[in-house]
Structures are given as structure tokens and as C-alpha cells.
Design a protein around this ligand. Structure first.
Ligand code: NI
Length: 475
């Protein structure tokens, strides 16, 4: 028999159990209610973000299309969506390298966002195209991104990341090359001289030979183009550098202008007098005669052009400096006065380089003009010389007559507008003839200028000049 007490206890227990399950059920109901609300809320928010994302994708696509970009791919990777735009490029296809570079840029951006935690983001990669010059297109790989900011309840634009511009020739969609920029061999030789002078200006005194010994530029020489300057790879290290930068202004005379945005800065050429002529003196300098000539030229205010022998330049540096300070033009007449076309190429190169180096060390300028001994020059020779060849149309024949009166008469008898007059500043008879020649020709209305002025500084390598109006290409 069960006692009363036991029964009462059991009844109590049952009551308590009923209460507990009631509370449990109630709790469960509250919990699931909360859960449902959270889920609904979450779903609502997700919808909201997705809608915002869709709107953003729409507006960005429209915006990119307006600026000439076409949607290439759209990816939605869980939290991070990405859009890849490429320029609408007509019939030509973009180089694969540009596209793969942009994709790589985009992947890096996606990784960066993932690294910042699980947040909603939109990444927009585009390849912006820009017409840099008539024959140059520039491409920039750009990443724009938006991150979801929960507090602001919207997508917020992040700072854009742009890579440096890549320049291509739209005709080939290749990088701009030396062949693109430089049209002719004479321009290449002209550019060579600019490079030499630039390198020399950066070279410590005494080490100039490393510059003069550099092999010349070729159409295959590697360059790195920007619209402001090109960086030219050097075949050998100079001053510890393996490249040299040349600004557009420095090379404007030798490069195609449709590859550059800025118009060529035309140095205002002084209007030349109609009866301009140039006195030229070869084979010097010699202290006795050249130092006598300089005060005469100064007295009449006549600038002249001296074609010096490298051997004499080395022997008489003070005379070279005096000529330079007198405002005259110094050109090269080779080192030892040989018949140039008969020389082996390497010997000829030495004749030119030794003289250039000697003149540069005294004047800080590499001669731009060359007069071959005896006027003897041919195609291969002119190519190695690499300078404008200055011939003459009036020969004083001073070396033959060694007679002041005959020298004066010969020049007076054959001079014409734009003449280049050949004399030698190594004969006393020539020096004595100069005042008479200047006075007689000035009376006839002639005006004396340097060969650079006579040719308006437009003379080019591989061309020879017999007078202002007589330019011939050397074949
Ligand atoms: Ni000579």
C-alpha cells in the first residue's frame, strides 16, 4: 500500500512537471519568433544590399559605356562582384598583354578586399584609352571599387587605383619603337649626336672616351617612350648607367612629330640677309696665323667657321679656345687629313672620334659639321662621320697661289649669294687677304654669317652642302 504522503508527493511532482513544460514551450515559441524575425530581417537586408548592388552595376555599366567601355565579364563571387570593361576598339583587337594585365590588376584588388573580412564589395576594372598624339594611344589600367558600409546603409566608393600608362602605336598595337619615331638614317645619326652630347654632359672630366667609344644607335635600339621623353638603352654601361633619357625638345629635329603631343618648338630663325655668305678656314689652328686672323674678324664683326684638324687642336688648345670665345663655329676636318674613303672603317672612326673628343674637351661642344679633306666623301664614309658635310662653292686656291692679290681676286670673281668660301688659316698670305675680301664683299652688299646661320641650322648628316641653295644627299 502506498502511503498518503507518497501519493501527495507524486501529485505535486506532476503539477511541477506541467509547469516546467509550459515554460519550456513558451520559451521555444519566443525563441523561434525571434529567429524568424532575424531571418526575415536578414533576408530583407540582403535584398536591400542586392538591390543596391544591382543599381550600382547598372549605373556603372552605363557610365563606362558612355566613356567608350564595353562590359567584358561580370562575376558574382559570394560577397564580391566584379565587372571588367574594355575599350570598344573598332575592328582592331587589343594586345592580349593589356587584357591579361588588367585581369591581374583586378584579381589583386579582389584579394585585397577579401583580406579585409567578409564584406560586400563591387570591383570595377577598366582599361582607359587616351589619344596621346596623332600616332600614339595611351592605356591605363584602373580599378574602382565600392564597399558596403552597414552603418551608412549604402555602398561607398573607394579611392581609385591606376597603373602607369602604356603607350602603343595604334597602327601595330605594339609599344613605340625607334623605327616608329625616327624616319631616316640621317635623323638617326642626328639623334646619335644628341645622345653623345647628353652623355658627355653627365660624364666626369677625363672619362669622355667611354662615351665616344659607344657603338652607335640603330633602328633596333630599345627605347621606352613617353610623350615627354624617350629613354634609350645603351649597349654598354656609361657612368654606371645603362640608359639615357632624351627630352622631346632635345630631339625634336630628328623625330616624327605625330608621335608627340607638343608641337615642335621652332627656334625663331633670324631672317637671313638675302646676300649671306660664309667664310670657312681649314687645316688650322696654328698660333701664328690663326691668332692674327681672330682680331681681324673681330674688327669687322665677321663670324666665321673653322674646320680644324684634331692633331692641331691637341697641339694648340689655347688657340681653339680663342676661336670658340670669338663666337666662331668650330667643325671637324678629321684628325690627320687623310683621304677618308680609302680608310678602313675603324681607322676612319678614330679620325672622327679623336677630333670630336679633343674639340669637346676645349669647347664643351661636339662638332655638328664636318669638312672632309679634299672634299672626298662617299656614302659609307659619310655614315661613319655622322655629321653634316660642309663643302664649298668658292675655292680661294690660297694654298696654290700663296699670293694675297690672287686670293682676293679669285674670291671676288666667283662669289655669289649663299656662297661657302674655302680658305686656310695656316698661310700668312690668306690672313692678309681677309681684310680686303671682307671690305670688297661688304661694299657689294654681302653679309658674313657662320655655316650654321647660312643653313638655318637645318643641315643633316648624310647630306653635303656646297652653298646655301645647293644641298645634295650623299649616296
Ligand atoms: Ni684640308
Amino acid at each position: 500500500m502506498e502511503s498518503r504522503t507518497t501519493r501527495r508527493n507524486r501529485q505535486k511532482q506532476r503539477k511541477r512537471l506541467g509547469k516546467t513544460s509550459y515554460f519550456l514551450l513558451f520559451g521555444l515559441a519566443v525563441l523561434s519568433g525571434l529567429l524568424i524575425t532575424t531571418i526575415v530581417k536578414f533576408k530583407l537586408e540582403e535584398n536591400h544590399i542586392n538591390m543596391a548592388m544591382n543599381q550600382l552595376v547598372q549605373s556603372e555599366t552605363t557610365r563606362q559605356q558612355v566613356s567608350g567601355q564595353m562590359l567584358e565579364t561580370y562575376q558574382d563571387n559570394k560577397n564580391i562582384a566584379s565587372l571588367l570593361f574594355l575599350p570598344t576598339g573598332g575592328e582592331k583587337t587589343l594586345p592580349e598583354s593589356l587584357k591579361s594585365g588588367l585581369i591581374e590588376h583586378m584579381q589583386t584588388a579582389i584579394k585585397k578586399v577579401k583580406g579585409k573580412g567578409n564584406r560586400k564589395a563591387l570591383i570595377i576594372a577598366s582599361l582607359k584609352k587616351q589619344q596621346v598624339a596623332a600616332k600614339v594611344e595611351g592605356f591605363v589600367s584602373a580599378i574602382n571599387s565600392y564597399h558596403w558600409e552597414a552603418r551608412q546603409n549604402k555602398f561607398v566608393a573607394q579611392a581609385a587605383e591606376e597603373q602607369s600608362m602604356i603607350y602603343l602605336n595604334p597602327a601595330t598595337y605594339q609599344k613605340i619603337s625607334m623605327k616608329d619615331l625616327v624616319a631616316t638614317e640621317e635623323d638617326l645619326l642626328g639623334l646619335q649626336r644628341v645622345v653623345t652630347e647628353k652623355l658627355l654632359s653627365e660624364t666626369p672630366a677625363g672619362q669622355e672616351k667611354t662615351v665616344f667609344d659607344l657603338p652607335g644607335l640603330t633602328f633596333e635600339t630599345t627605347i621606352d617612350y613617353t610623350p615627354e621623353k624617350i629613354t634609350i638603352a645603351l649597349p654598354q654601361t656609361v657612368n654606371g648607367q645603362n640608359a639615357v633619357a632624351i627630352t622631346y625638345q632635345e630631339m625634336a629635329a630628328y623625330v616624327r612629330q605625330d608621335f608627340f603631343a607638343e608641337p615642335k618648338e621652332t627656334t625663331p630663325t633670324e631672317a637671313l640677309p638675302s646676300k649671306a655668305i660664309a667664310l670657312t678656314f681649314d687645316d688650322g689652328p696654328l698660333p701664328a696665323t690663326t691668332m692674327e686672323l681672330l682680331p681681324i674678324l673681330a674688327q669687322y664683326n665677321v663670324p666665321a667657321s673653322f674646320f680644324m684638324l684634331g692633331s692641331n687642336v691637341e697641339k694648340y688648345p689655347e688657340v681653339v679656345k680663342a676661336v670658340h670665345q670669338g663666337g666662331h663655329v668650330i667643325g671637324s676636318h678629321s684628325y690627320s687629313h687623310p683621304q677618308l674613303p680609302s680608310l678602313a672603317p675603324e681607322v676612319l672612326r678614330q679620325e672622327v672620334q679623336r677630333t670630336d673628343q679633343a674639340i669637346y674637351q676645349l669647347t664643351g661642344e661636339v662638332p655638328k659639321n664636318f669638312r672632309p679633306p679634299y672634299g672626298a666623301v662617299d656614302g659609307p664614309t659619310a655614315k661613319i662621320i655622322g655629321k653634316a658635310i660642309i663643302q664649298w662653292d668658292v675655292d680661294s686656291e690660297d694654298w696654290r697661289s700663296l699670293n694675297t692679290t690672287k686670293i682676293v681676286e679669285r674670291v671676288k670673281g666667283s662669289v655669289d649669294d649663299g656662297s661657302i668660301i674655302l680658305m686656310h688659316d695656316i698661310y700668312p698670305e690668306t690672313i692678309q687677304a681677309v681684310p680686303q675680301i671682307i671690305e670688297a664683299l661688304k661694299t657689294q652688299g654681302y653679309q658674313f654669317v657662320t655655316v650654321n646661320q647660312l643653313l638655318a641650322n637645318q643641315q643633316k648628316p648624310l647630306h653635303q652642302y656646297f652653298g646655301q641653295q645647293d644641298e645634295r644627299k650623299i649616296q
